[in-house]
Design a protein around this ligand. Sequence first.
Ligand code: IMP
Length: 458
Amino acid sequence: MTVTIVGSQLGDEGKGGVVDLYGDAADVVARYQGGDNAGHTVVHDGETYKLSLVPSGAVRGKVGVLGNGCVVNPRTLFDEIETLREKGLDPDVRVAERAHVILPFHRVLDGIEEDVKSESDQEVGTTGRGIGPTYEDKAGRRGVRIRDLLDPDVLRDRLEYVVPQKRALVEDVYGVDVSDLEDPEAFDVDALHEEFGEFGRRLAEEDMTVNASAFLSDAIDDGRNVMLEGAQGTIIDIDHGNYPYVTSSNPTAGGAAVGTGLSPGVVGDGEIVGIVKAYLSRVGSGPLPTELGGVPGDTPGYDEEGDGPEEEIATYIRDEGGEYGTVTGRPRRVGWLDMPMLRHSTRVNGFTGLAINHVDVLSGLDEVKVGYAYELDGEELETMPSTTEEWGRCEAKLRTFDGWPDVDWSEVAEEGYEAIPENARTYLEYVSDELDVPIYAVGVGPGREETVVLEDPY
Ligand code: IMP
């Protein structure tokens, strides 16, 4: 059977911990979209592993598959595999022959396009990994796929078609001289052919490429458990998210079928677990109707740091939850849980269970609020509007819950659900009842041991 793990909000819901926990019972862990724009930390036998592309299950001896819906940067792939090997692991990673390859010029274009957009305050705040430009080439039928790397003639044909177009785009449209770039070889067919042809030889030598659809279907037919690991989240899904502030793939559950070649029936017969963070955090600009205070430069219309009660709560949550950029240290925007967002997410994904994380972060507050609806032009909305502009005009209607104390959360995790403070359970049950989805797990701390498991989907 399959268990699909999907972020229900803006990414960063703590999917990694749940994938890690439930992944114990899985034989194969497959990613179905995205690339090295994700980031997860796995702690195993006292070692910490930071991965952005390789599925975390590979650290624990599972077969890790990058499905056809992924975009794969072979530099990152082999760097991560090498790092794992240096730490004494022998990861078994398979890559779909149909997955698309992130080439160096995709990263360059990602950077240039963001710079140009920033001139009119329209930048998305991408991770700069070349994700969008690679999916553009996939849709434009000019992409290079993993299988192409294994055939030098095909690889040359593909590169000879696409590279001059990209060079012209950079030079003639954006006015950037390629020879001034940090990596001028990003636009050199011969250099790319040599480097990426070598990746192809390695992929073949290590027998890493698969027809993902056949590989995963066979695993299921053999009675093996497959986990489908979504990256990012529903509200940054290219179709169902807050366009254009989205990633270029489908993190939603439908993407699990398309991005692996398992049929929708197979995915739908399994479980679909929605990962929910007990509050919201957001990196960069865009609407956030339940936002507390703001972050100057990111929150629309919030130019100066305030010091009111909302800001105080925001700082508390930010500090308790470590809501600061891992690379830049920049504060993330935070807000209360947003039910219209979760109703949208539940409808789109068809969650069969919820894992609600970071419940410990909210402890110690006198009151905890939830945005139960929006008000837009005098009307009450139960779910998110389709456009980001309308979403930006929504005012959150808040419902207040009594706060809960800080307790020994490791003990709570050991003792089980009833050990969670009563007010926190009231909060959790409100969310579950509103969405009509049972709670499968509650995250009460950063480690995977600090999880109260009510249901194991396998
Ligand atoms: P891209 O995926 O690099 O193109 O970035 C597009 C948008 O998705 C940006 O707003 C990123 O911040 C966001 N994003 C991409 N990956 C993640 C993630 O793993 N967690 C949270 N946000 C992400």
